[in-house]
Every structure is written in C-alpha cells, then in structure tokens.
Design a protein around this ligand. Structure first.
Ligand code: NAI
Length: 257
C-alpha cells in the first residue's frame, strides 16, 4: 500500500498506459481521478477501480482546455480534500515527414494542423494541468508531478517532428519545474517509455513491429504495466530524493541499439 490515502489525477487514464497506471495506483491504496475524452472507457475504468475499494471517478477533461482543467482540479480538490499526484499522461500522434519528397517532387508536408494538434495535447496540456494543481500542492507542501515523455524525445525519430518536439519539451519543463518547486516538497519527473503495446501503437504493420522488437535488447515490446510500475515508484515516498529526472523504461533501447 505504497500510496495509501494519496489522491492522484491521471490524464488520459481511460486507455493504455494511463489506464494501467490508474489501476496500479488504486491497487496501492490511492484514490484516483481519471481525466480523459474517451468517456465510455473512462467511466467503466473508474467503476472497476471502485470495485477494489478506493475512491475513483471519471471526468471528461480535455487537457488542452484551460477552463475545463481548472474547474476539474477544483472539483477533485473538493472531493478528495487534497491532490498529491498528477500524471500528465494524455498524448496523441499525428505522424508524417517534414517534407515527403519522391520522384523529384514534394508529395506531402507536415501541416500546421498536425504540428499544432500534437504540441497542444502533449506539451501545452502538460503545462495547463501542472499549472492548475501546483498551487494546491504548494499549500500542502507535498506533490508528485509525473510527465509522459518518450524515448524519441531523447533520440528523435523519423516522421515525428511534432511528437518529438513535444516529448523533448516535456523533458525541459520537467527540469524547470523540479528547480522551481523542490522547495515546496514537490518532485517533478518524466518517464520515457520505449515501444509499448497500446492503441497508440496498434496500427503499426506486423513487419515493422518485428523490426522494432528485434532492436530492443530485452527482446520484447513493453506492456502498459511496465510503465505504470515506473510511475508508481516515482509517485511513492521511496522516490522522495528523485526530481528533475527522465527515467527510460524501454527494454534497453536507450543504449541506442
Ligand atoms: P493511448 O492512445 O492508448 O491512450 C492515450 C489516452 O489519452 C486515450 O485514452 C485518449 O483518449 C487520451 N487523450 C487524448 N487526447 C486527450 C486530451 N486532449 N485530453 C485528455 N485525454 C486525451 O496512448 P498510450 O500508448 O497509452 O500513451 C500514453 C502516453 O505515453 C502518451 O503521452 C504517449 O505519447 C506516451 N508514450 C507512449 C508510447 C507507446 O509506445 N505506447 C511510447 C512513448 C510514450
């Protein structure tokens, strides 16, 4: 029961890594607020978490919407009396090359919309949610802010200008906030997952999947629970001296294989 009576918000907590994280936190005794835009899955997950005996609720919260985020923070604070942990997990992909050039011609560009959509959820959303909870955490003199980066935020990746910019930006914001907020008992860390089996990666062709797996030193792709366990460690009291870090959870891909 490493998170007994703690109160956690997990953005994008209806599916994939966020869903596994919300469950892992609940199993360790935390009350959990799931924020997502995937209403049916979010409601069902909150109800299943209540079944294991913790407080759990779902709210439709788009992390790009400042007004919605601020009012959801106020509601969560009212319900739970405190907010101990924020997991900035919500994220999207809109992949494409900066310039796709073939047969002597420009075939496609990454559009402004593709760039802005990904930055808006993956980077601006992290900023909006963190800004909303920090005043409460400062008053409590306690907080754990956790942010979803990615192995590609460290290494870059073909076809992911927008996504890589957002995930590298998250690493930067994590370091800034660790410096600014440490004196209030708030730690801020990022997790950089490698390839994890979720809806986000489900559309990948079988052949590419095999190639990706072959390059992972531990010989398998990640499961959402692998990442949830890293978030659990960072959220726990055992990680009280860890701040400003980006922890790679990628089966060894960080070695650059
Ligand atoms: P997923 O697509 O399975 O789940 C993402 C969740 O975020 C969904 O429930 C979706 O409805 C929600 N979401 C999307 N836009 C939202 C918004 N504007 N407001 C609130 N919720 C929103 O994705 P997955 O794979 O679980 O990824 C979770 C995080 O981990 C993301 O930030 C992703 O970039 C990151 N990540 C994932 C990796 C992977 O291989 N799956 C690798 C590295 C990082």
């Amino acid at each position: 029961m490493r998170l007994k009576n703690k109160c956690a918000i997990v953005t994008g907590g209806a599916n994939g890594i966020g869903k596994a994280t919300a469950r892992r936190f609940a199993e360790e005794g935390a009350n959990v607020m799931i924020w997502d835009v995937s209403d049916e899955a979010g409601q069902a997950h909150a109800s299943s978490l209540r079944g294991i005996g913790v407080g759990a609720d779902y709210m439709h919260v788009d992390v790009t919407d400042t007004v919605a985020v601020n009012s959801a923070v106020a509601a969560a604070h009212k319900d739970f009396g405190r907010i101990d942990i924020l997991v900035n997990n919500a994220g999207i992909l809109r992949d494409g090359q900066l310039v796709k050039y073939k047969d002597g011609e420009v075939q496609k560009l990454m559009t402004d919309e593709m760039f802005d959509a990904v930055i808006s959820v993956n980077l601006r959303g992290v900023f909006i949610c963190t800004r909303a909870v920090v005043p409460i955490m400062i008053k409590q003199r306690y907080g754990r802010i956790l942010c979803a980066s990615s192995v590609v935020g460290i290494y870059g990746n073909f076809g992911q200008t927008n996504y890589v910019a957002s995930k590298a930006g998250v690493i930067g914001m994590t370091k800034v906030w660790a410096r600014e907020l440490g004196k209030y008992g708030i730690t801020v860390n990022a997790v950089a997952p490698g390839f994890v089996e979720t809806d986000m990666t489900a559309s990948m062709p079988e052949k590419v999947l095999e190639m990706v797996t072959a390059r992972i030193p531990v010989g398998r792709i990640g499961q959402p629970e692998d990442i949830a366990n890293a978030y659990l460690y960072l959220a726990s009291d055992e990680a009280g001296f860890v701040s400003g870090a980006t922890i790679s959870v990628d089966g060894g891909s960080v070695t650059g294989t």
